[in-house]
Design a protein around this ligand. Structure first.
Ligand SMILES: C[S@@+](CC[C@H](N)C(=O)[O-])C[C@H]1O[C@@H](n2cnc3c(N)ncnc32)[C@H](O)[C@@H]1O
Ligand code: SF4
Length: 349
């Protein structure tokens, strides 16, 4: 079992972001964290959880919340943790101080994922980030000083200010920092965001994706999913792509147990009132199979031969003949993650 915990608070709203995160509810943090504990206790019990392999505290901005508010949550899941479990917290460079990082490490966090987006101040400002490039560098260095070994950064590309030169400089900066993982997201224009009013801030260029990948791989971070590169592969991410079960705790989180998906309230105040409420959705065998094919081809997980129908297997064999897929030990592996969706659609006919 994997565990995802959602922290829906942010210090500022980035112009591209449609995640469930709010800038005006910080007063509710103590109540929210109590509600999280209630839901966690309930989900551990109702799904009869025996072991937790990985924990991911995501957001929003987990570093908006002081470590003392996490204590009860950690106490609650600690007895279920497997030895050497991966515990990741997302963090923003402006709020993840040395003390915050150190205290989170003391609680048990052993991986930090920083939302950096760029090391170019002009671009950061245009995205409405609450930090400078210098602060991002400092935050990564601070994380290393606390002794946290697994550090990741998120970068966004395909923004109108991007150029090969800018992206290369970002990769160069990353190469001298103690990061062993990088997530590179192509900017998407999401409904309801400020950028949806100026969609041409997105640069439509296939070139940057390929260029960026080449540059990131050249510094030793190998692609293992469409948007993820690393010397260390995030076990939590891999767990999602392997279709493992996960608890989804918090406002706007999503959980997945066997063939069900469940959704707690997204509204913070509703969630605080009713943390045990969740809408559920049952996935059909066909939907589950489709997901396994898409997730498997997007990542190094691959697709097991035995889950495919005879027609799908025939299509996969055609792709193998064309050199697009590699079949090893009964699993089809994608050789070009950027084409994963097209290949999945071809297999499904
Ligand atoms: C939900 S955010 C949480 C991280 C943290 N709050 C931060 O921004 O520093 C996770 C990552 O998703 C990416 N992201 C969010 N919205 C995006 C969009 N519209 N296009 C591309 N990437 C996006 C950003 O790179 C961000 O760091
Ligand atoms: S990208 Fe991160 S910091 Fe920015 S609004 Fe979204 S969750 Fe908050």
């Amino acid at each position: 079992m994997l565990l995802y915990i959602h922290i829906p608070f942010c210090d500022s709203k980035c112009y591209y972001c449609s995640f469930n995160s709010f800038i005006n509810f910080h007063d509710e943090i103590p109540n929210y964290m109590n509600a999280l504990k209630r839901q966690l206790l309930w989900d551990l019990k109702r799904f009869n959880v025996k072991k937790i392999e990985t924990v991911f505290i995501g957001g929003g901005t987990p570093s908006c919340v002081k470590p003392k508010f996490y204590e009860e949550i950690f106490k609650t899941f600690l007895p279920y943790l497997e030895k050497n479990a991966e515990i990741t917290a997302e963090a923003n460079p402006n709020s993840a101080s040395f003390e915050w990082l150190q205290d989170m490490k003391t609680l048990g966090v052993n991986r930090i994922s920083f939302g950096v987006q760029s090391f170019n101040d002009k671009k950061l400002k245009a995205l409405n980030r609450a930090h400078t490039a210098k602060e991002a560098v400092k935050a990564v260095e601070n994380a290393e000083k606390t002794g946290i070994k697994n550090i990741s950064i998120d970068i966004i590309y395909d923004f109108y200010l991007d150029s090969k030169d800018l992206l290369l400089k970002d990769v160069k900066t990353a190469s001298v920092l103690p990061v062993n993982h990088l997530s590179a997201y192509e900017l998407t224009i999401e409904r309801g965001t400020l950028f949806s009013q100026t969609p041409n801030v997105k640069k439509e260029s296939e070139e940057f994706g390929y260029f960026f990948r080449e540059s990131v791989e050249a510094i030793g971070l190998k692609q293992y999913e469409v948007s993820n590169y690393g010397r260390y592969k995030s076990r939590h991410n891999l767990g999602y792509w392997q279709h493992k079960n996960y608890l989804g705790i918090g406002a706007g989180a999503v959980g997945f147990i066997d063939s069900f998906r469940y959704y707690p309230h997204t509204n913070i105040q509703k969630y605080i009132k009713e943390p045990l409420f969740a809408k559920t959705e049952k996935l059909t065998p066909n939907e589950l199979l489709t997901e396994k094919i898409f997730l498997g081809l997007r990542s190094s997980v691959g697709v097991k031969k035995e889950i495919l129908t005879p027609k799908m297997l025939q299509n996969a064999r055609l792709l193998e003949k064309e050199g697009k897929l590699l079949c090893k030990n009964g699993t089809f592996y994608n050789k070009e993650y950027f084409l994963s969706d097209e290949l999945a659609l071809f297999i499904m006919g």
